[in-house]
Design a protein around this ligand. Structure first.
Ligand SMILES: N[C@@H](CCC(=O)N[C@@H](CS)C(=O)NCC(=O)O)C(=O)O
Length: 224
């Protein structure tokens, strides 16, 4: 059996996808969190894009996989408990929505980095993203009936909004009741809960507070 080590960062949503997939598949792995602000030399030597997650697969020799989608697909092909739908078209649809999540993660960064004059446009962009999701998410409890790889991508994205809601009510889900229900189901899933450390909310809030952004100016003392 190969030895799996996931090179990670405590706040990274892409890392969480791999952790959730590994957990759902009951696969043993070792997690190493690094500081992306001071990347270790050994990390720079093995990470072609300088990004986490990396999956170091040791099976005699070592192979380093990068890119969360590739890592999750590799786990899907080699480990038990399939997380993708069996039907090719539905599987492709789920992969497409995983791409949607990655694009929306860029919009989340746009929102938490926005200067005051861009803040409303960035907020509106996220509202539009969730309007799209509202039209395409299934009747639950997850994106489809069974928990799947697309949920492992959506869960870390939606987790950000727990922290945003501690700052203020930005109305992201006002017209997205199905997304709200989906979000609650994901938050209750043990693999999702276990994908971050206990003080993740405090660490994320500290990260948001350090941004030279409009959002940082809205963070009340109690949330910080
Ligand atoms: N497309 C990549 C994105 C991974 C990514 O952006 N990781 C961030 C942390 S969440 C990173 O390592 N950034 C490098 C840096 O901050 O220097 C994936 O899906 O794995």
């Amino acid at each position: 059996m190969s030895h799996l080590e996931l090179v990670s960062h405590v706040l990274c949503p892409y890392v969480q996808r791999a952790v959730i997939a590994l957990t759902e598949k009951s696969v043993a792995f070792r997690r190493i969190d690094i500081d992306l602000g001071a990347k270790p030399t050994w990390f720079n030597a093995i990470s072609p894009l300088g990004k986490v997650p990396l999956l170091r697969v040791r099976d005699g020799q070592e192979v380093v996989l990068f890119e969360s989608a590739v890592i999750c697909e590799y786990l899907e092909e080699t480990q038990p408990n399939p997380l993708h739908p069996a039907a090719a078209l539905e599987r492709a649809r789920h992969r497409a929505w995983i791409e949607f999540v990655s694009a929306t993660l860029n919009d989340v960064a746009g929102f938490y980095n926005a200067p005051p004059e861009q803040f409303e446009a960035k907020r509106q962009r996220l509202v539009e993203r969730f309007a799209w999701l509202e039209r395409h998410v299934g009747d639950g409890p997850y994106f489809a009936e069974q928990f799947s790889l697309v949920d492992a991508a959506f869960a870390p994205l939606l987790r950000y909004f727990d922290s945003f809601e501690r700052i203020a009510d930005f109305g992201f889900f006002d017209n997205a009741p199905k997304v709200s229900t989906y979000r609650a189901a994901l938050a209750a899933r043990p693999s999702v809960q276990g994908a971050v450390i206990a003080d993740y909310p405090a660490r994320l809030m500290a990260f948001l507070l350090r941004r030279p952004s409009h959002l940082a100016t809205l963070i009340p003392a109690r949330a910080a």
